[in-house]
Design a binder for this molecule. Sequence first.
Ligand code: CA
Length: 232
Amino acid sequence: MERPDGRQSRIMRLLLVEDDAMIGESVRDLLRAEGHAVDWTRDGASADTALRTHTYDLVVLDLGLPHRDGLEVLRALRARRDRVPVLIATARDGIAQRVAGLDAGADDYVIKPFEPEELLARIRALLRRASGRTEPEYTLGRIRIRPATREATIGDVPVVLSAREWAVLEALLARPGAVLSRTQLEDKLYGWDEPVSSNAVEVYIHGLRRKLGADLIRNVRGVGYMVPREET
Ligand code: CA
């Protein structure tokens, strides 16, 4: 989705872990309205499974959960050296609880009930911080791409990409030289309960190749897609 100011916002894939149906629904809708893809799990065990099997840009984690406490889920996540940003959202508001959450590896904390604006601001801050960690620039011939600022140019000419084209491109740029399957790319694009049209990835790849040239994104027949390693 392109904003009126011409800047592009990237689709982020978020995991929401919340057992309260009303809170979960309102937070999910709020995040979706911001343009994020959201998976929602309602207990600690499912959250643990989701985190082991999917890649997320950020996790909003409740602590009081059925089956497995949120803190346990978080400790297991960090023990696997997974550095996905985690925002704890909980009604446990004691100082000791807050310290325990941060010590377990949370990046930030909001206390329920929270204002939607505060939640969104904290999420934006965490995503900004996280994007600062990615490689600053990719170049191939005259193509230059800066994922953090959503800038792409061929020579001096800026290229405008849609949010979903950026999502596909970034997944490929994260591992130049590696082939990603269509399913891996689809996974970057959508939450579980959003319908994926069968040719969605092809459509975005086609758009990217049309805008950036066929050399950048290579089709490995029957396997998937890749961008070549940078020339040195
Ligand atoms: Ca709860």
